[in-house]
Design a protein around this ligand. Structure first.
Ligand code: PEP
Length: 243
């Protein structure tokens, strides 16, 4: 399986930041893993010109409908049209800020498949849920509800992102990451059989150059979804090199 280093720029990035992509393409355009950057939608088209097929681009959300009266929203086909190959769905910031449910994420994932995009579906427990010992219950419920029945290794990537580790500088222990990733693989295998072996499982939450190597060595970790450290080509490049 080809590993994946995915960067989520969140609501960061202006035209001036396209230079980071030029550096990434120059230094990691032939990386041994797939490299995906998900910028704000405003930068997709200019970034596509710079990425020149050397790195993949993705959106950070899409609407479940293909078009229509949905002011401020963006469709999967629009992302594809602007140069995206993937879209992040169900990020905890979307779930918290916009009240997205597992059913919403599943509907958006179907829209992504319909447009020919890979859905990068995010799940993860809050700190209170981890402290209560319900991490596997919570992530299991999210997996069951957010991942459509038509998911395949080609159209779906799952990102395990503990909410308490996002942007905090805190990470789970390697044993805790392994426990959830092994659980995700087993759960997906029960539902999707052999296909589950090829589904890439990313870890996300405060990944940085200094911890990437040890996290990538954990069982069933097939790459990372990186927020803050994806904004600078030097940091993200070091994470790509660790994969
Ligand atoms: C994220 O937003 O998906 C993320 C993992 O953020 P950070 O790497 O900054 O914790």
């Amino acid at each position: 399986m080809r590993k994946l280093a995915a960067g989520n720029w969140k609501m960061n990035g202006l035209a001036a930041n396209l230079a980071e992509i030029e550096t990434l393409v120059a230094e990691h355009g032939d990386a041994a893993c797939d490299v995906l950057i998900c910028p704000p939608a405003t930068l997709l088209a200019p970034m596509a010109a710079t990425a020149a097929g050397k790195i993949e681009l993705g959106g950070q959300d899409c609407h479940a409908k293909t078009s229509g009266a949905h002011t401020g929203d963006i469709s999967a086909a629009m992302l594809k049209d602007a140069g995206a190959t993937s879209v992040i769905l169900g990020h905890s910031e979307r779930r918290a800020d916009h009240g997205e449910s597992d059913a919403d994420v599943a509907a958006k994932s179907l829209a992504a498949y319909e447009a020919g995009l890979i859905a990068v579906i995010c799940i993860g427990e809050t700190e209170a849920e981890r402290d209560a010992g319900t991490t596997l219950d919570v992530t299991g419920t999210q997996l069951a509800g957010s991942v459509p029945d038509t998911a395949t290794a080609a159209n779906t990537v799952i990102a395990y992102e503990p909410v308490w580790a996002i942007g905090t500088g805190r990470t789970p222990t390697l044993e805790q990451i392994a426990e959830v990733h092994d659980f995700m693989r087993d759960t997906l295998a029960k539902r999707f059989g052999e296909e589950a072996k090829g589904m890439r499982l990313l870890y996300g939450g405060s990944v940085k150059p200094s911890n990437a190597t040890e996290i990538f060595a954990v069982s069933n970790v097939d790459g990372a979804l990186v927020g803050g450290a994806s904004l600078k080509a030097a940091d993200f490049g070091a994470i790509i090199s660790a994969l």
